[in-house]
Write a protein that binds this ligand. Structure first.
Ligand SMILES: C[S@@+](CC[C@H](N)C(=O)[O-])C[C@H]1O[C@@H](n2cnc3c(N)ncnc32)[C@H](O)[C@@H]1O
Ligand code: SF4
Ligand code: SF4
Length: 374
């Protein structure tokens, strides 16, 4: 259910969402689910990861988003939240849910048909005082100069660009398109040269793990602020392609230790999200490393393009993802604040060990056994 102000009109934003009343002239739709507020500071939703669309110009075999979703989103997807609804969500989160940051993800937020949505969500967030991280494969059509201009070169905007190897053959194969490597490298260099912080995100599989240390060198030279390295989780396309897309824990730990050693005296920070198999007590005193811990289901939420709320991004690749769906922002009976603050909500995520553990990864391991392989 939505509430509306009085303005009406036809979409003039060119966002490609297909909604007849989306854009500057449109009615402002505020999801009824967002009427409440977080009253418990320990459960403030400090970060919301928003998938503005699942459309994508790349075709990664390791993507946690299943291919059928990306395909459906290639055209107008009837269930997608409108741009106005997304803007309303962002401004309400900033006001009533304790939100300090949004990450804009996808799919690919910088594809031509998606960019108008991304632009408005980004601007609304920045105007609401939120920090914004724009997550991209770095190979889409919207130039970085356009993004920076739309953000008025705000210091609150940072970028995360994916790069999973050191050469064209590896990266373009990994990302399923021949232009992926060249464009990603250019994008990283352009952002770094502009003075905006750029994090580079590397997904480790058995295929590319031996290029990880070299990629750390490469992105350091390109001027990246951080190198974020995470093993592949067996979800979505990765689960379907599990015969070729996988990595075992001991290889990941070995690689994490080598990367830690490589970070010593280096300007580009190494970031190791969970599951990190290196303990904080194993870090040399001069290592430039941050072990990252997630606030999944407690202080971090994920919003799918259709308005479904989850505790973590990766859950949408699970076969039984609906078990972890808190609700949909358009459901008439859904109250996000009340549901989020309920005592037993997301206890699997909230009570999980913080060290060497990632609940999505653990769930993925169980899920993999359910996947039918050819
Ligand atoms: C889903 S993508 C969306 C943004 C953009 N399309 C990109 O690739 O950066 C976000 C990040 O998740 C990573 N990723 C996708 N599937 C994954 C999986 N199964 N396990 C671990 N990371 C994954 C991607 O490589 C990328 O760095
Ligand atoms: S990982 Fe990112 S770039 Fe690759 S298919 Fe998924 S959404 Fe697209
Ligand atoms: S489940 Fe894993 S990836 Fe997801 S937010 Fe938690 S620790 Fe991070």
């Amino acid at each position: 259910m939505t509430t509306e102000s009085t303005l009406t009109g036809t979409c003039g934003s060119g966002c490609g969402c297909g909604v007849s009343a989306c854009g500057p002239l449109a009615a402002i739709r505020k999801p009824a689910a967002m009427q409440g507020a977080i009253t418990r500071p320990d459960l403030a939703i400090r970060e919301v990861r928003i998938a503005v669309s699942y459309q994508c110009n790349l075709r990664c075999m390791h993507c946690y988003v299943p291919e059928e979703h990306r395909e459906q989103y290639a055209k107008y997807y009837p269930d997608a939240l409108s741009t106005d609804e997304l803007v309303s969500v962002v401004t309400t989160m900033a006001g009533n849910f304790g939100t300090k940051r949004i990450s804009i993800t996808g799919g690919e937020a910088l594809m031509t048909p998606v960019w108008p949505r991304t632009e408005r969500v980004m601007q609304a967030a920045l105007e609401s005082g939120l920090k914004v991280r724009l997550i991209t494969g770095g190979a889409a059509q919207t130039p970085i100069s356009t993004v920076l201009a739309a953000a008025r070169r705000s210091d609150d905007l940072t970028f995360q660009v994916s790069l999973d190897g050191t050469d064209d053959a590896m990266v373009s194969k990994f990302r399923g398109r021949p232009y992926a490597y060249q464009r990603a490298v250019e994008t990283i260099g352009t952002i770094a040269a502009s003075g905006s912080p750029v994090f580079v995100r590397y997904t480790i599989t058995e295929e590319n793990y031996d290029q990880t240390v070299g990629c750390y060198d490469m992105v350091s030279e390109l001027g990246a602020a951080a190198f974020v390295v995470k093993p592949v989780f067996s979800l979505g396309e990765a689960a379907r392609n599990a015969n070729t897309v996988h990595i075992d824990e001991s290889t990941v730990r070995d690689l994490q230790l080598r990367l830690v050693e490589h970070s010593r005296g280096r300007r580009t920070k190494l970031k190791l999200p969970q599951p990190c198999y290196v303990g904080a007590d194993e870090l040399p005193h001069d290592a430039n490393v941050e072990i990252m811990y997630c606030g999944c289901g407690r202080n971090v939420a994920y919003l799918a393009p259709n308005g479904d709320v989850y505790p973590c991004t990766y859950i949408v690749g699970m076969q039984d993802m609906s078990e972890h769906r808190l609700g949909n922002l358009r459901d008439p009976g859904f109250d996000l604040a009340a549901a989020w603050q309920a005592e037993d909500t997301y206890s699997t995520f909230r009570n999980a060990p913080k060290e060497c553990h990632c609940t999505a990864n653990e769930l993925a391991k169980g899920d993999e056994q359910l996947v039918c392989r050819p």
